[in-house]
Design a protein around this ligand. Structure first.
Ligand code: PXL
Length: 447
């Protein structure tokens, strides 16, 4: 399902970005129609502000539902979060059943607690009730605290092992889910992120990022909303988790750097543009287009100049960047390379050119001479997708190896290649004229 009507069922905390004040803007930014069912109205959320007001809207749920039924409304997706009372659990469960259609996906974030504790407004019976709602979910997005409370497991603080996480995935099978994404998981000190499992395909994985000190309110809702938006846009689970983690982490970093009062939630608004671009790029899919015309060649050279001047600012002097762009990435250089047997392709996402590759076959391997992605589109798995295209090109010629050169101090690129299965096999120091030298590793991928 892409871009049907969604219902977000959360409280409205008027101040302190969380629940509906994050779900609505984040999901709407993707062009998804998001209706709301407010479960309670609070002057602020309950975490850190004293004296908040709390209006429980339990009594409104049935009349609202009946009105929607009289209009013949159904929802293609439900995204439930903070519920205002114990009774709401079953009321929301019935509402989901009565307003679903054959395409409906149910996303449940069983918002109840964090760091081993329930939020103060919930008593110890709440998790038992929440379990029933989770049984209606297709996609569950709990943190470990919430899962432990619902499954009757003892909460332990991290770091965890994959054996432990696998055992949690196994316990969570009782919910009959399609997918689960667990937040706040750490496998090593200094790193935290999310783990996920697709019960239908067996695929599982993790997305970890550096810990940022402090406790940031509403991040579960920012993450959940970004995840639901990406999944509803038809993006794979793995890419959706990565997009949601990065969106959340960048929001936290902005908040940390601004020194803002963390009770007001994280500064996600400035990240919405990038979030929409990332989802848009992966939604449209990525394709490689062989280039040959003068226009395509000059487009590629223009992209190269942009990517190089932004991407290598911290690694090379301006003089060396200018020299290398002119020598290796200008229209003339690309034209000459194509004449010598290189294949150049633009990486296209929707109708945007976001990068380019250049390669040629050398004996029994593909030599990948260029793989450059525009900064705005990095960190979205574009490179991995390019590698699957490039592997196909190798297979067409019965080859099973790709090699490339990368500057020895370009740690980010080396790690990205390693994550795609490349290993360092050699080093090369090549003088390139004008007193410049390239000091590279040679990395190889066998498949
Ligand atoms: O983000 C979780 C959340 C949602 N709604 C309310 C909350 C909290 C967490 O404290 O208090 C009202």
């Amino acid at each position: 399902m892409t871009h049907g009507r969604m219902l977000a069922v959360h409280d409205i905390s008027c101040v302190g970005r969380c629940s509906l004040t994050t779900a609505l803007p984040i999901i709407s930014s993707l062009g998804i129609e998001c209706s709301v069912l407010p479960t309670a109205v609070l002057s602020t959320h309950t975490g850190g502000f004293k004296g908040f007001t709390y209006r429980d809207l339990t009594e409104d749920i049935v009349p609202i539902k009946e009105h929607w039924k009289s209009l013949g409304l159904t929802y293609d997706a439900f995204y439930t979060g903070f519920l205002g009372s114990f009774e709401q659990i079953d009321l929301v469960g019935s509402l989901i059943e009565e307003l679903s259609n054959e395409r409906t996906t149910v996303y449940v974030d069983p918002v109840m607690g964090d760091n081993g504790n329930l939020y103060t407004v919930f008593d110890s019976d709440f998790p038992k009730g929440m379990r029933r709602l989770c049984e209606k979910a297709d996609v569950l997005m709990p943190n470990l605290t919430e899962l432990c409370f619902m499954l009757g497991m003892e909460f332990r603080s991290g770091p965890y092992t994959w054996d432990y996480i696998d055992s949690v995935f196994k316990e969570a099978e009782v919910f009959g889910l399609k997918k689960i994404v667990i937040t706040g998981v750490s496998f090593e000190a200094g790193k935290v992120g999310a783990v996920f499992k697709d019960y239908e395909t067996g695929e599982k994985g993790q997305v970890m990022r550096d810990v940022i000190e402090g406790y940031y309110h509403g991040t579960g809702d920012v993450f959940g909303s970004a995840l639901v938006g990406a999944l509803e846009s038809g993006i794979t689970l793995k890419d959706s988790v990565r997009i949601a983690v990065d969106f959340t982490v960048k929001s936290i970093v902005r908040t940390y750097e601004s020194g803002a009062d963390v009770r007001y939630g994280v500064d996600f608004e400035l990240g919405l543009g990038e979030y929409v671009r990332h989802v848009g790029a992966l939604k449209g899919g990525i394709s490689l287009h062989d280039i040959s015309s003068d226009l395509e060649i000059s487009l590629t050279a223009g992209l190269a100049a942009k990517i190089w001047s932004e991407g290598y600012r911290d690694l090379l002097s301006k003089e060396q960047i200018d020299y290398m762009v002119n020598r290796f990435q200008s229209s003339d250089a690309i034209k000459k390379a194509i004449e010598e047997g290189y294949v150049y392709c633009l990486i296209r996402s929707g109708d945007l050119d976001i990068g380019y590759v250049g390669y040629r076959m050398v004996e029994d391997r593909m030599f990948l001479s260029k793989l450059y992605v525009d900064g705005e589109h990095r960190g979205m798995g574009v490179a991995s997708k390019c590698f699957s295209f490039l592997k196909d090109r190798c297979r067409e010629k019965d080859l099973n190896k790709i090699y490339l050169k990368v500057k020895r101090d370009n740690v980010r690129a080396i790690n990205a290649y390693k994550a795609n299965g490349f290993v360092i096999v050699d080093e090369a120091d090549t003088p390139i004229g004008d007193g410049f030298e390239m000091n590279d590793y040679i990395l190889e991928l066998t498949f």
